[in-house]
Design a protein around this ligand. Structure first.
Ligand code: NI
Length: 180
C-alpha cells in the first residue's frame, strides 16, 4: 500500500468539485485504504480524496489518534442532511501549510454516507467530529477553510504562500493544530 502525495494550496485540484462515486468495488476500497494510511502518516484527523488529487466524493476520518482505527470512518458520497447550532474551532488543513484560523461552522450535524461495504449510514456528530466532517465535505465541494475566513486574511495568506513558493520555502509542514 503506497502513501499518496498530499496536494497543497494553490494546487487547482483542490478547487474542483468532486463527482459522486457510482460503484464500490475492490479497487475503490484499495484506494480508500491508501487514503487511510496517508492520513495517519501525515498525521491528520481527516483526508478527502481531492487532497490526494482524486476528484471523487470520498473522505476518511479518525478524530481519536490515541486509539487509532477504533473510530475510523470511511465515507463515500457523504452529505450533511441536518445541521444546527454554531461553533468556532481553530482549523488547520493538510493542504494548507503554515496557517490556522478560527472558522465558524454548525455545532451539530447529521451526515449520511455510504460505507466501503455498501451500507448507507447516518452519523450524528458534535465538537471536533462535526467540524471535521464539514471541513472534509467542503473539500469535496472544492472549498478550503481559508475560503471561510475574511477576504483580507485570505489575501494575506495567498501572498505569503506565493512568496514562499518563489523563494523555494513552501515545502513546510502544515501547522500542528488540528489538521483536517
Ligand atoms: Ni483539509
Amino acid at each position: 500500500m503506497a502513501l499518496l502525495k498530499i496536494r497543497k494550496f494553490p494546487d487547482t485540484v483542490l478547487k474542483q468539485p468532486a463527482s459522486a462515486v457510482e460503484q464500490i468495488d475492490g479497487r475503490l476500497n484499495g484506494f480508500i485504504d491508501s487514503m487511510v494510511q496517508t492520513m495517519y502518516a501525515a498525521p491528520g484527523v481527516g483526508l478527502a480524496a481531492p487532497q490526494v488529487g482524486d476528484s471523487r466524493r470520498i473522505v476518511v476520518l479518525d478524530t481519536d489518534h490515541d486509539d487509532p482505527g477504533k473510530h475510523l470512518l470511511k465515507l463515500i458520497n457523504p452529505q450533511v442532511v441536518e445541521a444546527d447550532g454554531s461553533i468556532i474551532w481553530e482549523e488547520g488543513c493538510l493542504s494548507v501549510i503554515d496557517f490556522t484560523a478560527d472558522v465558524q461552522r454548525a455545532a451539530r450535524v447529521l451526515v449520511r454516507a455510504w460505507t466501503p461495504d455498501e451500507k448507507e449510514i447516518e452519523i450524528e456528530a458534535d465538537d471536533l467530529l462535526a467540524v471535521a466532517l464539514q471541513h472534509e465535505i467542503d473539500h469535496l465541494d472544492g472549498k478550503l477553510f481559508i475560503d471561510r475566513i475574511s477576504r483580507i486574511k485570505r489575501e494575506l495568506y495567498r501572498r505569503k504562500i506565493t512568496k514562499m513558493i518563489k523563494e523555494g520555502k513552501a515545502d513546510g509542514k502544515p501547522p500542528s493544530a488540528v489538521r483536517i
